[in-house]
Design a binder for this molecule. Structure first.
Ligand SMILES: [Zn+2]
Length: 386
């Protein structure tokens, strides 16, 4: 089973949504293989953009929105992205813009060049899902200078690489940001923040040489009975239709969680769901102690749980060690994902995390840490060592 699982492969790959993948697959190979040049931010782009905006707004009763890297004042491909948001595309607007610019659009898009800048003006519906996410992404980066810096840094890595690499990096960053700031994740984060279990915008030690701005603490959560129950029930509801027979928890926090989830699943599915603990031995291999329980796993549907997931390496090891018991892993659930793992990590395993805190986005090497730079004291309540 593990051979076709592809967990480690997926983790190494960038995180793209289905729509993003489809978009990439439909682009011509020739274009994808082209080398890209990432230019430093050039303030002249802003002047050009403002002139065009004024020209249109003087004649039409619309607001032209200026988005993209030039509007964020970061490195990019010398693109100027302008948008007119409307639910109904009005023919008279298109005619007027044609007059102003002196040429016609291709599929509601006007494209031209000025002083080496590639300008795109698009009339579009702000309520379609893709556009909503794009607007959200822009607003988040606009108000978050650290994230903006990170975005610029990652984009700059793709200078002189292929256009495919450039798009992958951009889209990966985009989907990570959208995942963190989506409504569900924000609501769950606020729920844990209120009781001091999760934190953001802080200065935290993540490892010997790594700092981060956000964190979560399982031990702190487990002290709050009501909130632990709420998180448990959220996880339970995600798997109530998956015919789970056994919940396996990784000792020790995952094990505590497994018992609570098994109990909760038993109640809502009205059948006995068994919790089982899995441990590491001295050689770093995972095992289930009880021989009777090992036999019980044969052909059973398993939900595997732990408090957090970082790279997924622990889960891969656990899955390998469970192979000999011929169990069927149908789900992996955690309270907090420290990385943006795709919602469905394989076709057969359903993944859920109550909270996502993406270390890729929010951590820094000590010597590059923006909080160290402005001499913010470390938050000793979170992180490593406690
Ligand atoms: Zn620091």
């Amino acid at each position: 089973m593990i051979k076709n699982f592809g967990f480690d492969i997926i983790l190494k790959h960038k995180v793209l949504t289905k729509t993003q993948k489809e978009y990439l697959e439909n682009l011509p190979q020739k274009l994808l293989q082209k080398k890209v040049k990432v230019f430093k931010y050039d303030p002249h782009g802003k002047i050009i953009a403002q002139k065009i905006i004024q020209k249109i707004q003087r004649i039409l009763p619309v607001k032209v929105h200026y988005m993209g890297s030039s509007a964020l004042e970061i490195s990019g491909m010398k693109d100027i992205d302008l948008f007119i948001f409307t639910n109904q595309i009005k023919d008279k607007y298109i005619k007027k813009i044609n007059q102003i610019l002196g040429f016609k659009p291709i599929k509601d898009k006007w494209r031209w060049k000025e002083d080496g800048f590639k300008i795109t003006l698009k009339i579009t519906n702000p309520n379609d899902q893709k556009r909503k996410e794009q607007i959200l992404f822009f607003k988040i980066l606009k108000r978050n200078p650290f994230l903006r810096k990170k975005y610029e840094e990652y984009k700059s890595f793709t200078n002189d690489k292929t256009y495919k690499e450039y798009l992958y990096t951009k889209m990966d960053f985009f989907s990570r940001v959208v995942k963190i700031f989506n409504k569900d994740n924000q609501r769950n984060f606020m729920y844990l923040k209120r009781i001091g279990v999760a934190i953001n915008n802080s200065h935290i030690r993540l490892g010997p040489n790594l700092h981060t701005s956000q964190s979560f603490c399982t031990e702190k959560l487990f002290k709050h009975k009501k909130q632990t129950l709420y998180v448990t029930q959220k996880i339970t509801h995600k798997y109530k239709k998956n015919n789970i027979h056994v919940v396996i928890g990784i000792v020790k926090n995952g094990d505590v969680l497994a018992h609570k989830i098994a109990q909760s699943l038993s109640i809502i599915t009205n059948k006995k769901v068994l919790p089982i603990s899995i441990k590491k031995d001295a050689k770093d291999n995972f095992f289930i102690k009880n021989k009777e329980l090992q036999k019980l796993l044969h052909n059973k549907n398993i939900l595997l749980v732990d408090d957090t997931i970082k790279t997924g390496k622990t889960f891969i090891k656990v899955i390998k060690s469970l192979e000999k018991y011929k169990a069927k892993i149908v789900g992996i659930a955690v309270i907090c994902a420290r990385n943006n793992i795709p919602v469905s990590i394989s076709d057969t395993i359903k993944f859920y995390s109550f909270l996502t805190q993406d270390d890729y986005l929010f951590s820094y090497k000590k010597n590059k840490c923006p909080y160290c730079k402005i001499k913010t004291p470390l938050n000793k309540n979170f992180g490593f060592p406690k």
